[in-house]
Structure formats: C-alpha cells, structure tokens
Design a protein around this ligand. Structure first.
Ligand code: IPE
Ligand code: IPE
Ligand code: MG
Length: 249
C-alpha cells in the first residue's frame, strides 16, 4: 500500500497489522543528556532533537496516526538559562517558517496547545498562520504543546467556565467532566491512548494531566535525539497487546 511505503522494512514489526493508538502523545525528552554524553552544549541536543521531531511526526502521519501530541516546551521550561530558551525559540521559528514555506501540499493539520501569548510576536504570528493554513487539510492532527502545562490548562478552562457562569449562560450544577474537557486546549479531540516518554524518566512533567486519566504509558531509555521509527514501532506493538480496562473487568 502506498500509504505505508515509508514503513521501515528493516523492522520485523508489521505496523500495518497492529491496532494503533488513535491519539499518541510523546514527551520529547533527553536532548540535554544526549549532548552532555558527547561533550556538546545542551543546545546541540535541541538541534538533534528537532531533526528527530521532523522524522517522527512525518512517520506518524505516514502510518495513519490520527492525533499526535508532542510536548515541545513546558510552562516550567522558561526557568532554563536564557541562552537555552533563546536557542529553542530559534528552532521553533525555523520549523514554523519551514512548515509555511515547504509544506504547502501537506496533509498534516497543525495546532498549538498552550498559552502562546508568552512567545515572541513573530512566533505567535507564525503559529497562527500555520494553524490557519493547515486547518483545511484532512490528515493527522499534530498538536504541538508549547508553553503547555496540564495545570495551566485547567486554570484556563476554569476561568472560561467562571466567565460563563458570571454571564448567566451556565449554572454551576451543569459543570460535568464533558464540559471541562470541552474547555481544554484539546477540545473535540479524543484522549491520548498512549503516551511515550523517551530518556527513561518516570513522570508526567505536567503533560496532559486531565486527558491522560486512562492513557497507557510507555517509558523508553532511548534519548529523544536517538529515537527512531523502530523504537516507536516497539512501543506501538507493546501498546497493541495491552489490556485496557478503564476500571472495568
Ligand atoms: C527535552 O529535552 C527538550 C525540552 C524540554 C525543551 P531536555 O532539554 O529536557 O533534555 P534533558 O532532560 O535535560 O536531557
Ligand atoms: C518535559 O521535560 C517537557 C518537555 C519535554 C517539553 P522536562 O525535561 O522539562 O521535564 P523534567 O524537568 O525532567 O520533569
Ligand atoms: Mg528533560
């Protein structure tokens, strides 16, 4: 099948035969350690990580993932040294410009989840243009979590709900789980089925807190810049064998 022509054949996992997550989340972690291991500055790790990001997002679209959420920058990542933050902004800018310039015929729908008002104006503009340009496409939804935090997202939702109550459009008794989901950045999207964290850390680091209530987690020791399609296939295969019970039996 043409759709799957990019699937690595050096791999003995036939990805076309397994049940894929509809929504996949990845915490792109380990760039700094990857660089340190090589005696390079942390920023070199972010450069390599950006290449992996391009490769893995393309692969996910090719194999038929419907929703992919990539954690690129957390609300806490502003606490890093200014030089590192500046370099990350430069890589974000480069990718957003490239997406506008080169991805005209693409099928990927780009969305940004997080409070983007904290980014430099030109980056916000690029985000809006990409979101607008890609909104008419019909392929994979790629959510880039940027200045994203699960707690900040809940605060954002609560504020909107509070406003609706103040205006008399909503009664507190009408608040339910669906209403809260509808006020998150991921409104109208399914919850993530699988969340992968490379680099071996066993924590959520504030990623999709509400949405991941019943997500499967997969921790991989591989550092993000080294992450390959094969590593992803391994996680997908394991996911396909998991027994999800959602509290049932
Ligand atoms: C992930 O890699 C990239 C961002 C958080 C922006 P890190 O920079 O966190 O790499 P480590 O965890 O220090 O190795
Ligand atoms: C989570 O990684 C954020 C992103 C990958 C964008 P961090 O490296 O910031 O998380 P901690 O500090 O290890 O928890
Ligand atoms: Mg990290």
């Amino acid at each position: 099948m043409g759709l799957f022509s990019n699937v690595s054949s050096s791999d003995d996992i036939d990805i076309t035969k397994i049940k894929l997550p509809e929504h996949l989340g990845i915490i792109m972690d380990g760039n700094g350690r990857w660089a340190k291991k090589r005696g390079l500055p942390r920023t070199a790790g972010h450069k390599a990580g950006a290449t992996t990001f391009r490769k893995i997002s393309r692969y996910c679209s090719n194999i038929g993932i419907k929703y992919l959420t990539l954690y690129a920058f957390s609300t806490e990542n502003w606490n890093r040294p200014q030089e590192e933050v500046n370099t990350l902004m430069r890589y974000f800018r480069e990718y957003l410009q490239e997406a506008l310039r080169d991805f005209r015929d693409d099928t990927i729908i780009l969305r940004f989840i997080g409070d983007i008002s904290a980014f430099p104006e030109d980056i916000q503009e690029l985000m809006k243009e990409n979101q607008e340009l890609s909104s008419v496409r019909n392929g994979m939804v790629l959510n880039l979590a940027m200045n994203y935090g699960g707690r900040a997202e809940m605060v954002y939702a609560m504020k909107q709900i509070g406003e609706s109550i103040l205006k008399g459009e909503l009664q507190p008794s009408e608040i339910n789980e669906q209403l809260i989901s509808d006020h998150l950045y991921t409104a109208n999207q399914p919850d993530p089925d699988l969340i992968i964290r490379p680099s071996g850390e066993h924590r959520t680091s504030n990623f999709l807190l509400w949405q991941s209530a019943y997500s499967e987690y997969y921790i991989d020791d591989v550092l993000w810049p080294d992450y390959t399609e094969k590593d992803l296939n391994r996680a997908l295969l394991e996911y396909s064998k998991r027994n999800r019970r959602f509290g049932g039996v």
